[in-house]
Design a protein around this ligand. Structure first.
Ligand SMILES: [Zn+2]
Ligand SMILES: [Zn+2]
Length: 153
C-alpha cells in the first residue's frame, strides 16, 4: 500500500563513517517503530524507526555492508545489514520477502518526514520509553503486515 504522506523521493542515506551509501526511490509500503528485543539490542535504543520499501528500488551505491543472519520468533531468517567499519545498522531483509527492504529511518540523510503508522512489538516495549498515544499499537505485527513463514505467500 502506498502512503502518500510518507513519500519522499529520491531518498539517500548511509552509515556514520560514510563507507556505506544507499539510495531508495520506491514508495513507502509501511512506516513503523519496532520495539522488539532484537531491534533494541542491535540499535542500543528502545525502539527503531523503520520503513518498508521495495527491494527493486533500493540500491547500495557505495561499499558493501556486513550481514548478520538470525532467526526471528516466526522461524524466518532475518538478515541485518550494517557497516562493518562503524557498526551502523542500515536495513533488514526477511528471507520469505526478498522483495522488501526494512530501512532504518535514522540512517537517511533526511529522516525528518517520517511519520509512523504503527508501533509494533509493543509486547517488549520498554516501560520507560515515552510513546505517541495517537499511533496504533500492536503486540507484534498489525493485521496483514507480518512476514509469511513460507516463501512465496
Ligand atoms: Zn560506516
Ligand atoms: Zn524489531
Amino acid at each position: 500500500m502506498t502512503t502518500p504522506r510518507t513519500r519522499a523521493t529520491p531518498r539517500t542515506g548511509g552509515c556514520l563513517c560514510g563507507a556505506i551509501r544507499y539510495e531508495s526511490d520506491g514508495d513507502v509500503m509501511f512506516a513503523l517503530r519496532c520495539h522488539c528485543r532484537d531491534c533494541q539490542r542491535q540499535s542500543g535504543a528502545a525502539s527503531v524507526a523503520a520503513i518498508r520499501v521495495p527491494a527493486a528500488r533500493f540500491h547500495v551505491i557505495k561499499g558493501t555492508p556486513k550481514r548478520f543472519v538470525a532467526q526471528a520468533d516466526s522461524g524466518n531468517e532475518i538478515t541485518r545489514a550494517f557497516c562493518g567499519d562503524c557498526g551502523t545498522p542500515l536495513y533488514v531483509q526477511v528471507a520469505t520477502r526478498p522483495d522488501v527492504v526494512g530501512l532504518r529511518v535514522c540512517t537517511l540523510d533526511d529522516p525528518g518526514w517520517f511519520r509512523p503508522e504503527a508501533d509494533i512489538f509493543v509486547k517488549s516495549a520498554q516501560p520507560w520509553e515515552p510513546m505517541d498515544a495517537a499511533v496504533p499499537k500492536y503486540p507484534d505485527y498489525p493485521p496483514g503486515k507480518s512476514y509469511p513463514v513460507t516463501p512465496g505467500q
